[in-house]
Design a protein. Structure first.
Length: 483
């Protein structure tokens, strides 16, 4: 069966181009294309590899070079800074992380109100009182399960730019939430906003709808960019999130017309006070919402989508778009854009291991399609450790633990120093009831890769299960030392 699938693939695509290169080659390519939209996709590829070695130095140096290069596009610089900030958080460098995020001009000061009902995703189009009345600090409205009123988020609530609403709103599932802030502009100015939200989103500026996105997905930085005009003096921003599940929140940052972050303007943001009825959402004579401006600045998603359309047979162009969608718009329930983009990649290079693994991670509804993608690539690369490990994951998901165990061991044999097959083998051993052996495999992972913090964390967990508290503490100390 595998040979037939492989033959069909080779007839259609006789010479697939490899999509996975060595990390040094990827780093060099990033630094050579900082003025092109493809650099965004390659930065995401590089960031995915941050855990493959214990030393983050090479990845960090590329991110810092991209962030400081005068050649780099503004969105490339911003992404490099955001990634560097995320790495600083993971390393426990919290003041440095906060300072890095400040460089991209996130708006951190907000008042919030909610939750309102969003059952059946009806909340996106529902006109709740904050849209009708503007901001009124003393107003009390019926919300979902209880009355709601405006509340200012505490100072320091969003050191890394993400406005986490999970601590400010309850319940947190199938809800609509509003947030408001005031920006003070010294003069009239055209600006660009970058927004990310954990659901469908609308944004009003001084009562005018300037952005809307009905797609439902987790929040990521810079998911969408839109243009708007500030008036001299105070400008009220109102954002609405129609959220279903997962982590509730959003991010919004501001830049000038050339996309350079406006740090001082972002710092001027303050939670509104008193009553601002003049900023209620504007409606036309028929009482309907005015739609967002037709003027839409071209962003990297538009550029990579155009590049993929211009070169439909180029696997790299399709892969660039798929990578961007997977990072910026994951789990898009309605359109499933990352999955469809990934399918187009695999149509061009069906035997490419990296492409097959990515599709297998995304495809969570059609098990046959997921398995077929792995099988075709594995027929061409029978000893590829990544494919063997991916197939082992698939077997585990189907409850076929013994088969998964055999595949994970084959993956380990193919790549002895790679810890992922070790972790998969440990999960398979747990699934067949051999928990003591699973613990030993996790301990072995730390010995095989003493440079990886996650290997030491896995070993610490195993030691705890074995009742060896001192050994668990020692492993955790080593993991912390590697952050």
């Amino acid at each position: 069966m595998h040979s037939l699938l492989l033959l069909a693939a080779l007839v259609t695509n006789p010479a697939p181009a490899p999509l996975h290169e060595a990390t040094p080659a990827l780093q060099a390519r990033v630094l050579g294309e900082l003025d092109r939209p493809q650099a965004i996709a390659d930065l995401f590829r590089l960031y995915e590899r941050r855990d493959e070695k214990g030393d983050l130095g090479p990845v960090t140096s590329v991110l810092e070079a991209a962030a400081r290069s005068p050649k780099a596009r503004p969105d490339v610089r911003a992404l490099a800074i955001e990634m560097r900030g995320e790495l600083a958080v993971s390393q426990g460098q919290l003041p440095k992380a906060s300072a890095l995020f400040t460089e991209v001009a996130p708006i951190r000061s907000w008042s919030v109100i909610g939750p309102f009902e969003n059952e059946g995703r009806a909340g996106f189009d529902a006109e709740y009182p904050p849209e009708k009345d503007g901001f009124d600090a003393k107003a009390v409205y019926p919300g979902k399960e209880h009355d709601v009123t405006w509340r200012a988020l505490p100072a320091g609530h969003a050191p890394y730019g993400f406005i986490d609403l999970s601590s400010a709103v309850y319940p947190r599932s199938d809800v609509a939430v509003y947030a408001a802030t005031v920006l003070h502009a010294a003069r009239a100015e055209s600006v660009l906003f970058h927004v990310g939200a954990s659901g469908a989103v609308r944004v009003w500026l001084n009562g005018k709808l300037v952005h809307e996105d009905p797609a439902v997905h987790p929040s990521r930085f810079d998911q969408k960019m839109f243009a708007a005009g500030l008036q001299p003096g105070d400008n009220l921003l109102l954002i609405k999130i129609a959220h279903n599940g997962g982590r509730l929140g959003f991010s919004l940052r501001v830049a000038d017309g050339k996309d350079a972050p406006l740090v001082s303007l972002a710092k001027s943001a303050r939670a509104p006070q008193g009553k601002l009825p003049g900023f209620a959402a504007i409606r036309d004579a028929e009482g309907t919402k005015r739609r967002a401006s037709a003027h839409k600045p071209k962003d990297v998603l538009d550029e990579l989508r155009a590049a993929a359309a211009a070169k439909p047979q180029d696997p790299r162009a399709q892969e660039d778009l798929a990578v961007l969608l997977q990072w910026r718009r994951p789990a898009d329930d309605a359109e499933r854009l990352p999955l469809h983009a990934r399918e187009r990649v695999l149509d061009r290079v069906p035997t490419e291991p990296a492409a097959a693994r990515r599709l297998a991670r995304l495809e969570d509804r059609d098990a046959n399609k997921r398995r077929a993608a792995i099988d075709v690539a594995l027929a061409a690369h029978p000893t590829d450790a990544g494919l063997l490990d991916t197939l082992a994951d698939y077997r585990l998901d189907r409850g076929e633990a013994w088969e998964a165990l055999e595949l994970a061991r084959k993956a380990r044999a193919a790549a002895p120093s790679w810890v992922e097959p070790m972790f998969t083998e440990a999960r398979a051993l747990d699934a067949v009831g051999l928990s003591a052996r699973a613990a030993l495999v996790r301990i072995e992972s730390a010995k095989a890769r003493p440079d990886l913090a996650r290997a030491h964390r896995a070993a610490a967990s195993a030691y705890r299960r074995l009742g060896r508290a001192d050994d668990a503490a020692a492993e955790l100390k080593q993991a912390l030392a590697l952050r």
